[in-house]
Design a protein around this ligand. Sequence first.
Ligand code: CMC
Length: 372
Amino acid sequence: MDEKSGGLAGITVGETAISTVGKKGKGLTYRGYSIEDLANHARFEEVAYLLIHGTLPTKVELNTYKKRLIQGQSLPIAICRVLEQLPVKTNPMDVLRTAVSTLGCLEPESLRHTAEFIADKLMSFCVSSLLYWYAFQTNDQHLTVISEQNSIAGHFLYLLQGHVPDAEFRKALDVSLILYAEHEFNASTFAARVCTSTESDFYSAIVAAIGTLRGPLHGGANEAAMKMINQYDDVPSAEAGTRLLLEQKAVVMGFGHRVYKESDPRTSIIKPWAKKLADRFGDPKKFLIAEAIERVMWDEKKIFANLDFYSALVYFYLGIPTSFFTPLFVISRLSGWTAHIREQRANNRLIRPLADYIGPDPRPYVGISERT
Ligand code: CMC
């Protein structure tokens, strides 16, 4: 195998009309719209609709869509019972994986429960499942999961905080959801497409994607980045600590990207939100520490902060538990995954690549009594 194709780096494995990532002159676009325009002007629900249905919704379509999202907030009683069995130490990504899988047993994909129907339900459903499990395991509380908030960010913050969220906080979370929604053939999306290519069901593809996103080299990087920022008390210790990590050839979480080589276009959108929240709380310490890490990474290695790095800080300022950072990525990326599952189904061929064999030459079988 060509050394460069390890991890399929640089290999084009298919076509997509959903997004452009790092393509010359195009930046990051979702169905042709720049990520900057979407983050500045749209709400996450418009973006999710755009990804899943292919066009920006009209006012009527958006209102109908939001109503469907609100309907998805409720949890079947069987889901509540399952969530109550999951120990408090469960990784919240495993909670989501289990909740989605269980829903697939209760309401399997069918002519009535189409992929689009399930997708619309899953975004609110995942928020409700996560917060229900959290409230039950931490406070022994059966949380009322219907918030009536007509946005995913609003629903999440309402269930987490117990009241109607501040508009600026909701907007900050909304922007991060827009930025996380879609990113071409990233690992979790590819996993969803591979699963879909076998003509498996929608839930299975989403479960495969959640499991793939869980890893620290992909979605888990935002949690790992926050834990790293938390290790430092001030700017000098952050600078020294980052230099030490680089000397030790450690991977610094929240930095670098497989496709982007000079910068991540999403970082310049999310970073000002981290700053805005730091200023609003009069608590710039974590932001300054993060900037110090970013500075050292660039000066020493020319490696840039990716979306995960400053998203982590936005979530920190919003008071979101660190272990919920990657689940938020799931909730947003459900829209991109759904778009890709639909695209794969529309022009499907089994994804089945080849491998170069590097094992032993053919040899005779050795009976168990003759083995040493
Ligand atoms: N910290 C330290 N060195 C790094 C980092 C990093 N975060 N990222 C890349 N490098 C170095 C790497 O050590 C290598 O150096 P050298 O050529 O001296 O051996 C060089 O940069 C090329 O790196 P690579 O590992 O070949 O790049 P890759 O395309 O295989 O990996 C990556 C991409 C995202 C897995 C990697 O940058 C990484 O592990 N980053 C940290 C995890 C992270 O933040 N992941 C989130 C990615 S963005 C959101 C998402 O898509 O999920």
